[in-house]
Design a protein around this ligand. Structure first.
Ligand SMILES: [Zn+2]
Length: 329
């Protein structure tokens, strides 16, 4: 009943922890965002509190507790997520950790475990991380903490060393494509495009397959970039003004462009293995740019986009940042 694809090794580790009763109180699931970290954490929570009498059958998926956890209504499962700011950046605040600590100190209502999933812990402020350290050092009885983060290096070593780490790798393209086609009924052509765009992130692929607009929105973002490359300076300045009025969207837009320039660089270096390319839906525009720009220029555009994302997170002037980027292309 571990209803998750592409993370067999991680599932086996968690299963054996349960079967051999060596669960420990703190876990860290690492991997790229939307690869399936929180989904796996929920399944683990189900397995921990499942009522099946055979440990190897947990989570059974059908008992009361499994069902409550699946629907997000189990009173002993707490999910803490960072708060998104107006630039699309995320922060996990000390107040959230304090509130969590109060919750954890209350006795479990259903048991046996009270479980907290703290998602994207790399967004924790230093204050929040330090406050949380206390809970890791002296957890209340029967509490299990599951953190998720992009990479363990992003966390304080004192936090890292107290957690058992499970690293989730990007899911292979074919596994994502098969899942979309066979289990979700996505048409083959759309599944192929989404599996490439997902770039190993199964959670992203599933969300995009279920959304009516995600794919069209994404394609609009890459088309906009191709259009910019054909624009003169005046139009680029005008567009910069428009784009900078929506700083929250900008984050997504720049991430999409970053992937597109990365593809262009791969093609420019003579790689013709399409499984490496994220934006297969836009292969004509990519090839067009590769024919017109040198590898050096493409690498420069990639770096400039990456730098702009960093500046955006560092509260730089958004208008200047976007103007600077669009003119540099
Ligand atoms: Zn169960």
């Amino acid at each position: 009943m571990w209803n998750i694809k592409g993370h067999d090794w991680a599932v086996e580790s968690l299963r054996s922890a349960i079967i051999y009763d060596r669960v420990g109180h703190a876990w860290l699931f690492t991997g790229p965002p939307k690869v399936g970290r929180t989904h796996l954490a929920r399944l683990f929570a189900q397995a921990l509190n499942c009522e099946s009498e055979y440990p190897e059958n947990r989570p059974c998926g059908v008992c009361r507790k499994c069902k409550l956890i699946a629907s997000g209504r189990h009173p002993d499962l707490i999910l803490v997520e960072p708060i998104t700011g107006n630039r699309g950046n995320e922060t996990l605040k000390i107040e959230q950790i304090r509130e969590l600590q109060q919750d954890l100190n209350r006795t479990a209502m259903e048991g046996p475990y009270k479980i907290a999933i703290i998602s994207r812990f790399d967004a924790a402020t230093p204050g929040a991380a330090n406050a949380f350290l206390k809970t890791l050092e002296e957890p209340p009885p029967n509490v299990i903490l599951i953190l998720t983060a992009s990479e363990s290096d992003a966390l304080l070593p004192t936090i890292n060393s107290r957690c058992r780490s499970i690293g989730l790798r990007p899911v292979p393209l074919e596994t994502i494509k098969d899942h979309l086609i066979s289990d979700l009924g996505v048409p083959t052509e759309k599944a192929t495009v989404l599996a490439h765009l997902a770039n190993g992130r199964m959670g992203w692929a599933i969300e995009a397959a279920e959304s009516e607009t995600a794919l069209a929105d994404y394609q609009a973002q890459t088309e906009q970039l191709s259009a910019i490359l054909k624009m003169g300076k005046v139009d680029r300045f005008k567009l910069a003004e428009k784009l900078s009025s929506n700083a929250e969207q900008l984050h997504h837009l720049l991430r999409t462009w970053l992937g597109w320039w990365r593809d262009a660089l791969i093609l420019s270096n003579g790689q013709d293995d399409l499984s490496q390319i994220i934006n297969v839906h836009d292969i004509d525009n990519l090839n067009d740019v590769v024919g017109r720009l040198s590898s050096e220029k493409i690498a420069q555009n990639l770096n400039q986009t990456d730098q702009s994302l960093t500046w955006l997170d560092q509260n730089a002037n958004v208008r200047l940042l976007v103007e600077n980027l669009l003119i540099s292309f």
